[in-house]
Design a protein around this ligand. Structure first.
Ligand SMILES: [Cu+2]
Length: 325
């Protein structure tokens, strides 16, 4: 039963890249060693319990006699099972552990792309420096090749984790932790903040979207262009975005409103993302309205305030933002 988790979506044992594979192999090895030791101990315990059933042999002074093994034999048992076997097991796992660490230290091939990863309360920001692209909560990567990640924390310590692709790495304010990641085949993999960072920590998710190289290149190119909608029905929402103060925290590049604040996620292409609010809502018009209308109801403790808006204004904002593909 427990082993059915191995193929469950998001399990670290359902690996899709070389880093996760190495870690999973180590995990299975350690599980095997622990299981072997456990069975051996249970066997010896069983033998001891069986022997104890017989009344202990006593000598003429009433003291327990040393058993069949003799003093020397008993000591040898302790040395073998208490010292030698644990040492061999521990040294072997240590060696495998160090070998795995060394294998994970660098990518198997030189990486072409460096992506800056920043953990915020309570969302992940991914920036592609070469293309001047920001992609909150969605890390797009080309499949089958490694990318470098520069991981930082904006406020408190977070931890970057994509179980199917790589283990955890802390995102620390004032420090850059560099690592790499590779997805062997195209697919979507869930990531999660793995360090308690505040109220919405458990919902601080993101998606890693691995695409064939040409699709990835097309995506990156499109992200670097304006999503400014030509449909006039979106104009009221665009104006409201500036008037209602959203622009103090959010940037929509190239839009009618120009640049904006950096406190919240970049919304330049928010309509094209799969989810909203750190992978907690499907990206639909209704969810967009619900989120803007009362973010605190959806994510208590989120740093986005509820801005007082009437129903028409909410709809106009949501229509505008959803048009930004
Ligand atoms: Cu976090």
């Amino acid at each position: 039963m427990a082993l059915s988790a191995c193929s469950a979506p998001g399990s670290m044992l359902d690996t899709h890249g070389p880093k996760a594979e190495q870690t999973a192999t180590l995990w299975w090895l350690m599980l095997g060693a622990a299981l072997a030791v456990f069975l051996l101990v249970m066997l010896l315990l069983g033998l001891a319990l069986l022997r104890q059933r017989r009344p202990p042999a006593v000598d003429e002074r009433g003291l327990a006699r040393v058993g069949r093994l003799g003093r020397f034999g008993a000591n040898a048992l302790v040395v073998v099972f208490g010292l030698a076997v644990p040492s061999v097991v521990l040294v072997a796992t240590l060696v495998w552990d160090v070998r795995t660490l060394a294998a994970l230290a660098g990518p198997p091939a030189p990486a072409r792309l460096t992506i800056s990863v920043t953990g915020h309360q309570f969302w992940w920001e991914f920036r592609y420096a070469e293309a001047d692209v920001a992609s909150p909560s969605e890390l797009h990567v080309p499949a089958g090749e490694p990318v470098l990640l520069e991981i930082r924390g904006a406020d408190v310590i977070h931890s970057f984790w994509v179980p199917q692709l790589m283990g955890k790495l802390d995102a620390i304010p004032g420090q850059t932790n560099t690592t790499w990641l590779q997805a062997d085949t195209p697919g979507t993999f869930r990531g999660q903040c793995a360090e308690f960072c505040g109220e919405q920590h458990a919902h601080m998710g993101f998606l890693v979207i691995a695409e064939p190289a040409d699709e990835f290149a097309a995506w990156l190119d499109a992200q670097g262009r304006p999503a400014a909608p030509s449909d006039p029905s979106t104009a009221p929402g665009a104006q409201l975005f500036a008037r209602a103060g959203c622009i103090a925290c959010h940037t929509i590049r190239y839009g009618t409103t120009g640049v904006g604040g950096q406190l919240g996620p970049d919304l330049t292409h928010v309509g094209g993302r799969r989810t909203l609010a750190s992978n907690t809502l499907d990206n639909t018009l209704g969810n967009m309205e619900g989120w803007i209308g009362n973010p605190q109801a959806i994510r208590p403790g989120t740093l986005m305030p509820a801005v007082p808006l009437d129903a028409d204004e909410l709809r106009a904002l949501a229509v505008y933002l959803e048009s930004l593909k």
